[in-house]
Design a protein around this ligand. Structure first.
Ligand code: CP
Ligand code: NVA
Length: 315
């Protein structure tokens, strides 16, 4: 019996800087050759569970698990017993006897942590209210792809503008700091990141040579940035506050005028789905600086690398 501790990916800092780097290098290898490694030889199932809607995460994990030689078992939580109140712990104890890994998109981070506490196989965060770490791996892979390799990520300035209190902002801060980036987050008062997340990201940045700053002016955030990113102003679960969210974010829209403050060769990312005319204009997302389709493709490569790494480390 193995004595190796099982590795989970619940938040961005579950990978050390060196481990994140190894995953990104493997992600680039998968970009070059989709079948460079197949750790799930044989029909090994991976449970991919959704408490919230998804297009990219569902498809990229499904395609990726199949390409790794496994079988994606996509479960709509509402149609499972989880949706009728079966405990997370009991669900973990059933799934880990039959699946090689558990990928879960849910609400509270505490639910994911409970799944991991009771699972003997890797648990992966496919988005919670708090973090979306798989998306940041894909975004970092996109920066590596477009800037000449994983070595080129550290030192780049990434500006995130919009809802700075949401899961994407948190993951950009923690995951970007892990990669040694200078992360600037800009949002309106009332929609700024939690102090503990900023503190943790700054602690990591102090080790990696990066930095993390929070500002309330969009131009300040974007000034000289190499990578400009945004996200929806109304995340899944925020629908009830859609009306009060309509106005405060308007100065943070990524349009050509805001982008003029960024570096001349800045690239624009967006995790998608995008709402043109809200957080980003059609001219920008469909324009020459946008790398959002590479970014969406990179979900596949990054997650294959992540699953491979977690399974090999946990073996
Ligand atoms: N970016 C992202 O996670 O997209 P989905 O919600 O479609 O999975
Ligand atoms: N912040 C968004 C990301 C969607 C991929 C949400 O949580 O809905």
């Amino acid at each position: 019996m193995s004595t190796t501790a099982v590795r989970h990916f619940l938040r961005d800092d579950d990978l050390s800087p060196a481990e994140q780097r190894a995953v990104l290098e493997l992600g680039l290898a998968f970009r070059e050759d989709r079948y460079v490694r197949s750790p799930l030889r044989g029909p090994q199932a991976v449970a991919v569970i959704f408490d919230k809607p998804s297009t990219r995460t569902r498809v990229s994990f499904s395609a990726g698990i199949a390409e790794l030689g496994g079988y994606p078992l996509v479960i709509d939580a509402q149609s499972s017993q989880l949706g009728r109140g079966e405990s997370v712990a009991d669900t973990a104890r059933v799934l880990d006897r039959q699946c090689s890994a558990i990928v879960w998109r849910t609400f509270g981070q505490d639910r994911l942590e409970e799944m991991a506490a009771y699972s003997s196989v890797p648990v992966v965060n496919a988005l919670t209210d708090a973090f979306h770490p798989c998306q940041i791996l894909a975004d970092l892979l996109t920066v590596a792809q477009l800037r000449g390799g994983v070595d080129a990520i550290a030192g780049q300035t990434l500006a995130y503008v919009g809802d700075a209190a949401n899961n994407m902002a948190a993951s950009y801060m923690v995951g970007g700091a892990t990669a040694g980036m200078h992360v600037r987050v800009g949002g309106p008062q009332g929609y700024l990141p939690a102090a503990d997340v900023v503190a943790r990201a700054q602690e990591i940045a102090a080790e990696t040579g990066g930095s993390v700053t929070v500002v309330t002016d969009a131009a300040d955030a974007v000034s000289g940035a190499d990578v400009v990113v945004t996200d929806t102003w109304i995340s899944m679960g925020d629908e009830a506050s859609a009306e009060e969210r309509a106005r405060p974010f308007v100065p943070f829209q990524v349009d050509d005028a805001l982008l003029a403050h960024a570096a001349d060769d800045a690239i624009v990312l967006h995790c998608l789905p995008a709402y043109r005319g809200k957080e980003i204009t059609a001219e920008v997302i469909d324009g020459p600086r946008s790398a959002v389709w590479d970014e969406a493709e990179n979900r596949l490569h990054a997650q294959k690398a992540l699953l491979t790494w977690l399974l090999e480390e946990s073996a």
